[in-house]
Design a protein around this ligand. Structure first.
Ligand code: PLP
Length: 449
């Protein structure tokens, strides 16, 4: 007996959402300053495995099973939440599941995936897996899926992704608002949510406005993609949307904090992004009723909060790491790293580009293979291990002369900065976001040794 009124269930899978068992929508009473427009948040962490992507995971599996496919070993590239849904469905159904995932994904999510029983392949990739990365999550999943008995359901290409939202999210919202919805807002990753839900709502009322919100290039918001990345995304169909907005990291994390502190809604970063976009784009008019998708709660994103809301963490976050038994001084080194990370010597790619134009040398501290794949034409390669052993190739002879360091994401270059400062270089800058941010900003790169 599964009963949605009593909320008594025979199986965890009966909790998957539908128009009869929707995730809640809740009116936001404090943050919106509208007189007329009503704003509702749809709280997707009420899904059985914790996020909006449970809908997609369930529909990918349902669709493959309905076509009579024998599923044994599933593999999926994921920014975390689809993987968690697939891991739990696999547990329930007796399948094995492997996730290919970027090392940039919050460690909370990678830990949860292991805990849910997924076999994890951690790779160098963007926050949201991207095509065209030979060492990335998508390429690895394709390689694994080529083995006999393995299957990649592929949320990025499989129409069962948007279809999940066409079948569930859309009908739920239509019913929950009594057909009064005028604006639908979603953050954009694979675009399954916006495209599937938007299509359904427009079949009910073509006047419903469908609005997509995305972050800027080089962003730090898990689960979503910048416009540059969206252009490579199959289910990104902007001709079907009525508006697209870019929201920065600061505004995203600011709204996320306000949702928790002012609305008592435990929303995560991509909910803050979507809400900020909704409030910027929806006019204050009688009859307006907006529904904004809140994909996930905040608990898997604590490490992101520590980076973006440093005022909440008076001590550098990493200073709290306990000393290892071998090295009681390790926390001090970590604290130095954390101070440097938030200090004035970390610059963004645009400032770095200006310094480069002014003739400041740039030392790329990645390994030679990474350097050969895509690099700044003027950069000299001095891998971090060699730099730490005292090599000086490419460094200015005058230790007062300016020099920049860069790596893939900005972590190794920060260690290089500390090493160089310790060796007496006075004017060292590290490039935040590294070559990923450089490429994302459209700045020129070249390949080859
Ligand atoms: C936390 C979070 N927010 C937003 C999204 C974007 O949803 P979609 O892939 O349907 O565009 C995702 C997708 O994985 C996500 O995990």
């Amino acid at each position: 007996m599964s009963d949605h009124v009593l909320r008594a269930y025979d199986s965890i899978l009966d909790l998957l959402p539908s128009a009869e068992n929707p995730t809640p929508i809740v009116r936001l009473r404090r943050i919106p300053s509208y007189r007329h427009t009503q704003v509702y948040a749809k709280l997707e962490w009420y899904n059985p495995f914790g996020a909006v992507k449970d809908r997609v995971a369930a529909n990918l599996v349902r669709d493959a099973e309905a076509r009579g496919e024998r599923l044994e070993n599933l593999v999926e590239p994921t920014s975390g939440n689809t993987g968690m849904g697939l891991a739990m469905l696999s547990n329930a159904k007796g399948y094995k599941f492997a996730a290919t995932i970027s090392k940039e994904i919050p460690s909370e999510k990678r830990t949860a995936l292991r805990f849910f029983g997924a076999n994890l392949f951690e790779l160098d990739d963007n926050l949201c897996p991207m095509p065209g990365q030979p060492e990335g999550a998508m390429a690895k999943a394709t390689e694994l899926a080529a083995q006999p008995g393995w299957r990649q359901l592929n949320q990025y290409k499989n129409p069962a992704n948007p279809d999940a939202h066409y079948r569930t999210t859309g009908p739920e919202i239509w019913k929950q608002t009594g057909g009064k919805i005028t604006h639908f807002v979603a953050s954009l990753g694979t675009c399954g949510t916006i495209t599937g839900t938007g299509r359904f709502l427009k079949t009910q009322n073509p006047a419903v406005k469908v609005i997509g919100v995305h972050p800027a290039d080089g962003h730090d918001i898990p689960g979503v993609r910048s416009l540059r990345a969206l252009r490579l995304t199959d289910f990104f169909t902007p001709a079907e949307y009525d508006g697209l907005l870019e929201i920065g990291d600061a505004e995203t994390y600011g709204h996320c904090l306000r949702l928790n502190q002012e609305e008592s809604i435990i929303a995560g970063p991509s909910s803050g992004l979507a809400l900020a976009g909704a409030l910027q784009s929806i006019p204050d008019e009688p009859g307006n009723l907006a529904v904004v998708i809140f994909p996930d709660n905040v608990f898997k994103y604590i490490s992101s909060l520590q980076r973006h809301l440093p005022q909440l963490f008076p001590k550098p976050a990493s200073a709290a790491v306990p000393a290892t038994p071998n090295d009681p001084f390790a926390p001090y080194l970590q604290a130095a790293f954390a101070f440097a990370e938030h200090g004035p010597d970390v610059i963004d790619v645009h400032a770095a580009h200006e310094l480069l134009a002014a003739g400041v040398p740039v030392i790329d501290v990645r390994n030679p293979d990474e350097f050969a794949q895509a690099r700044i034409a003027e950069a000299r390669n001095l891998p971090l291990p060699e730099l730490s052993q005292g090599r000086t190739d490419g460094l200015p002879t005058d230790r007062h002369a300016p020099v920049m360091t860069i790596c893939a994401r900005g972590r190794r270059s920060l260690y290089a900065l500390l090493l160089l400062k310790a060796r007496g270089y006075q004017d060292v800058k590290s490039v935040a976001g590294g070559m990923h941010a450089w490429g994302d900003s459209g700045l020129p790169t070249q390949s080859g040794r």
